[in-house]
Design a protein around this ligand. Structure first.
Ligand code: PGA
Length: 252
């Protein structure tokens, strides 16, 4: 089955209680505007997930979290478990974002275990991969992204129903720089080929593969039209409802 596209917003460490007004504005645009041919997701900081799930209930906007621990409970100060996110009624958890890999030394093996924890709770895992600027300059993009990160971060139990891949070149995140459409298509097509090789034709072709890194209303349509791009993972431009809705326009 062809992947269902997703436009996902990652709020990162932004947002307080009053930010719910942006979510309310977005819900209004998504629910009352022209119907978009994609799913819509907002992943606020953990402190807001409960509140956002309540506000988004019954709307076309889904709510998720940005990270989880591999365990279900225990002595892990400051961490949250996938079952806690499930308990709030959120449906998705991002794992392996490059900021987690860089700031917290997360390895692909750890990301694989986190994704497994997400799937165990019947939530959808958004597994992030992406090369640094130095790796791209060295010509190592496909080696790092596909042969290393994708192969090691995606658990055996992944299916198109429970797992989404997000390709986010580290050098494009928050910088205003984006790869060319051809470069995006090249990496996404290599990710697709690796998923088909590992999971077989039917299953491998079913995974949604998101592009992330400086997606804006002005470049979304072009990027979303690239081969094997099935949506976007958006940071900065997801914080304002009008900007995020302008990206969703790529699917209207
Ligand atoms: P950006 O972030 O859209 O601000 O570049 C993307 C991401 O990190 O998911």
């Amino acid at each position: 089955m062809a992947p269902r596209s997703l436009v996902a917003g990652n709020w990162k460490m932004n947002g307080v209680k009053s930010s719910v007004s942006e979510l309310e504005a977005l819900i209004q645009m998504v629910n009352d505007g022209d119907k978009a041919d994609c799913d819509v997701l907002i992943c606020p900081p953990a402190t807001l997930v409960d509140r956002f799930v309540g506000v988004a209930d019954g709307s076309l906007v889904n709510i998720g979290a940005q990270d989880c621990h591999t365990n279900t409970s225990g002595a892990h100060t400051g961490d949250i478990a996938a079952n806690m996110v499930a308990d709030l009624g959120a449906g998705y958890i991002i794992v392996g974002h490059s900021e987690r890999r860089a700031d917290h030394g997360e390895t692909s093996d750890l990301v694989n275990n986190k994704a497994e924890a997400v799937l165990t709770e019947n939530l959808t895992a958004i597994i992030c991969v992406g090369e640094t600027e130095a790796e791209r300059k060295a010509g190592d993009t496909l080696k790092v992204v596909v042969a290393d990160q994708l192969a090691n971060s995606v658990p055996e139990s992944a299916t198109p129903e429970n797992t989404i891949i997000a390709y986010e070149p580290v050098w494009a995140i928050g910088t205003g720089l984006t790869p060319t459409v051809d470069d995006v298509a090249e990496v996404h097509t290599a990710i697709r080929a690796a998923l088909v090789e590992r999971f077989g034709d039917g299953v491998g072709n079913g995974f949604a593969i998101l592009y992330g890194g400086s997606v804006k209303p002005t470049n979304a349509k072009e990027l979303m039209a690239a081969d094997n791009v099935n949506g976007a993972l958006v940071g900065g431009a997801s914080l304002k409802a009008t900007d995020f809705n302008g990206i969703i326009d790529a699917y209207r």
